[in-house]
Write a protein that binds this ligand. Structure first.
Ligand code: F6R
Length: 264
């Protein structure tokens, strides 16, 4: 596990964009795992800017989003479909038929639908690089506390904390969905590389538990300790509660010298 501590949100976004862009250039037919939320917005802005200057091409890439609210039309301004199209997909040349986002409009046969999503990831060759944010309760995707660490894509009831964090985006509390379709923790752990981004003091406790706490289903992100290739890119505020910040900085310096490709 690499923990890269940057000064602020802008630096986090730039560092993540450097890694994503480098990986897409090295493997143009890459399968990306994408996240929504406020955290990756800066990353998407950077990637769009690289695409617009002609230095990045997504024409052979495929993407799979982590999650989607249940019950929102794709055109709903708070749906993750809308978020992804508005903030990223409509501004790059990733073919629309290769951009996958769970369908929150389905009604029934949820397990069947979710098994199909898993199969589509598998058929595409598996996710090469998964982008993650982290919830204040340590969730990744919408894998709320006590999600099985082996879980796969499924319907998941949202926790009270997640509802509270996102309610203000909706015009009324009753409009806030109570469930989502989300990749599971097992699905995320199958991706070949994971980049988790976090910014701000409100994420410090979750980040510390994920990196330094015990592996527990109470903190879904702690499962990443079992993944062989995870990079946390976090700002100083999000790193605030880590007890070993100096060591993580030392590890990054040593990595630059001995295995710099791990930072590409
Ligand atoms: C989004 C997702 C969530 C968010 C998390 C943090 O697709 O899966 O796990 O990454 O809730 O959200 P922000 O970035 O808005 O703080």
């Amino acid at each position: 596990m690499l923990v890269v501590i940057k000064k602020d949100y802008q630096e986090v976004s730039r560092e993540a964009a450097r890694i994503v862009a480098g990986t897409v250039r090295a493997k143009p037919d890459i399968v990306l795992g994408l996240a929504t939320g406020s955290t990756p917005l800066g990353l998407y802005k950077e990637l769009v800017a690289l695409y617009q200057t002609g230095s990045l091409d997504f024409s052979r890439a495929t993407s799979f989003n982590l999650d989607e609210y249940l019950g929102l039309a794709h055109s709903h301004p708070q749906s993750f479909h809308h978020f992804m199209h508005h903030n990223f997909l409509s501004q790059i040349n990733l073919p629309a038929d290769r951009a996958h986002i769970p369908d929150g409009t389905i009604t029934g046969k949820y397990d069947e639908y979710c098994a199909g999503y898993e199969q589509a990831i598998k058929s595409a060759g598996g996710i090469e690089l998964q982008i993650l944010g982290i919830g204040r309760n340590g969730h990744i995707g919408f894998n709320e506390p006590t999600s099985s660490l082996a879980s796969r894509t499924r319907l998941k009831a949202l926790s009270r904390e997640t509802a509270e964090d996102n309610r203000h985006f909706f015009s009324s509390a009753s409009e806030m969905p109570q469930c989502a379709i989300t990749m599971g923790i097992g699905t995320i752990l199958d991706s070949r590389r994971v980049l988790l981004l976090a910014s701000g003091r409100s994420k410090a406790a979750a980040v510390a538990k994920a990196i330094e706490g015990p592996i527990t289903s109470s903190v879904s992100a702690s499962a990443l300790q079992m993944h062989p290739d995870v990079t946390f890119i976090i700002d100083e505020e999000a790193a605030y509660s880590l007890t070993q910040r100096d060591y993580y900085r030392h590890v990054v310096e040593m990595t630059k010298i001995f295995t710099p490709e791990r930072l590409d």
